[in-house]
Design a protein around this ligand. Structure first.
Ligand code: GDP
Ligand code: MG
Length: 455
């Protein structure tokens, strides 16, 4: 397929137990055998089975490392071409020497993602699967890894080809009606409308799953808010498990915001400690408060703190009311101290918000809080439904949805079947874009450019 043979270190550069150099292309084995000498003489290199040997400089025949070589003949290989993997110690000096010698022997250095690009161009995987390869490598959580692993296996690709099959079915029903109007082959508009509606639902569900995918990919953003001195930084540190934010008894210590990642079970959260939310504040604090408000507004959820040892004020109540229509957990903090806060006034403003009594200082109820955070903010995926992880996929699906919507309205308005078919036909190339059958070079560049070298 390609004339050139590519080479790259496939493991991260650094010191480690193992490091792998990979070659792919027609001369993968030939080039490798110039730098790798099997320990025992072999007439033929076995397939898909590691053999022991030495890495040598072909000029001097001097060995500089012991290594294993595995030969995967095409087309049953990662790239569909001949592939060789040389596994040595994880030493940047040794691995770079292997690459240098490979280049001298006629290989070319691989671009980022070029091995996977070849797998795609060789027809072994589609673009959805190629995207899943990179997602799997870069997974921010185990949840995301599981989704990507299934998509690499082709789960999303199958979904999309099922979608295509159904679209073609509807199109052929419509077109039969156009060509043979009198032969009783016409499908009633009601049946067509039902089919279109079901397609629309499938596509909409996929589009909606993007938000869920985002929480796996980037983590769920939680803002810790509350009045100054209510214990936000104390709670923030407690949840992270180390002292990140400065805590003092003086109001207004946190003047900006701080963000850190934390995990609860296998879900990733980005926790943001904000400056207090009081109206009576110094100018610097005011700016911090403004930014905190902005962040809180964009967060996926809020941990709203009340200082139960203080009398509540209007700021508390205003904050609660503002958070009511967001996903919020109301936390009564400092419950280790004598209580001054008046429950009735708070309850009235909070109506229905999930609540918990804690002491951030003493750590009381924090395990329970983590449970609550997890159950409230981590979307349930028990349906095992497909989740899309890429904006690219979402955008194409949105175009497909638009086409279905306009097809449905054309149908409702009683237009002819020709007009209806015109609305639906453009969906097929869109499906081709989704899977990569219709190749757009800039899209390929964008997708594979985000890969590591050596994958
Ligand atoms: N007794 C008690 N004091 C707390 C508790 N949480 C925070 N504090 C104290 O309240 C003060 C303000 O805490 P801080 O976390 O800086 O509040 P922030 O301004 O909301 O970030 C500090 O002196 C903390 O030690 C708690 O649960 N119980
Ligand atoms: Mg603070």
């Amino acid at each position: 397929m390609f004339e050139d043979t590519i080479i790259a270190v496939s493991t991260p550069l650094g010191y480690g137990g193992l490091g792998v150099v990979r070659l792919s292309g027609p001369r993968a084995l030939g080039i490798s055998l110039e730098i790798f000498q099997p320990r025992t003489h072999r007439r033929k290199i076995p397939q898909r089975q590691p053999i022991l040997g030495h890495l040598i400089d072909p000029g001097t025949r001097e060995a500089f490392e012991e290594a294993m070589l595995t030969y995967y003949p095409g087309p049953r290989s990662y790239t569909t071409e001949d592939v060789v993997e040389i596994s040595a110690h994880g030493s940047p000096v040794l691995l770079e020497e292997v690459v240098r010698l490979g280049l001298e022997a006629g290989a070319r250095h691989a671009h980022p993602g070029e091995f996977t690009l070849r797998a795609f161009l060789g027809g072994r995987i589609d673009i959805l699967q190629a995207e899943a390869v990179n997602d799997l490598i870069r997974a921010a959580s185990l949840n995301q890894a599981k989704i990507s692993c299934r998509q690499l296996d082709g789960s999303l690709s199958q979904r999309v080809s099922e979608l295509r099959r159904r679209i073609i079915h509807i199109l052929s029903q419509i077109e039969a009606g156009i060509e043979f109007p009198d032969e009783g082959l016409r499908t009633s508009p009601q049946v067509i409308a039902r089919g279109l509606q079901r397609l629309l639902d499938t596509v909409s569900r996929l589009i909606e799953s993007y938000d869920l995918g985002k929480t796996f990919r980037e983590g769920i953003v939680l803002a810790v808010t509350g009045r100054t001195n209510s214990g936000k930084s104390t709670l923030f540190n407690r949840l992270l498990g180390h002292d990140r934010s400065i805590v003092t008894p003086f109001p207004g210590t946190t003047r900006d915001y701080i963000r850190e990642q934390m995990k609860i079970k296998d879900a990733v959260f980005t926790l943001i400690d904000t400056a207090g939310m009081d109206n009576a504040a110094q100018p610097i604090e005011k700016e911090g408060i403004r930014r905190g408000r902005e962040l809180a507004a964009r967060a996926d959820g809020i941990l709203l703190l009340l200082d139960a040892s203080r009398l509540e004020n209007e700021d508390d109540l205003a904050l609660i009311r503002k958070c009511r229509d967001k996903r919020t957990i109301l936390l009564w903090n400092k419950t280790d101290l004598p209580r001054k806060i008046r429950n009735e006034r708070i309850e009235e403003a909070a109506e229905g918000l999930p609540q918990l009594e804690i002491s951030a200082l003493q750590g009381t109820n924090l395990p329970l809080l983590k449970e609550k955070i997890h159950s409230l903010f981590v979307p349930d995926r028990s349906g095992g439904d497909e989740v899309i992880l890429h904006l690219r996929q979402k955008l194409v699906l949105e175009e497909i949805r638009k086409a279905f919507e306009s097809a449905l309205s054309v149908l409702e308005q009683g237009h002819s079947e020709e007009v209806l078919a015109e609305e639906i036909r453009p969906v097929l190339p869109l499906i081709g874009q989704l899977t990569g059958e219709i190749r757009a070079d800039d899209v390929l560049k964008d997708i594979f450019g985000r890969f590591c070298v050596g994958k």
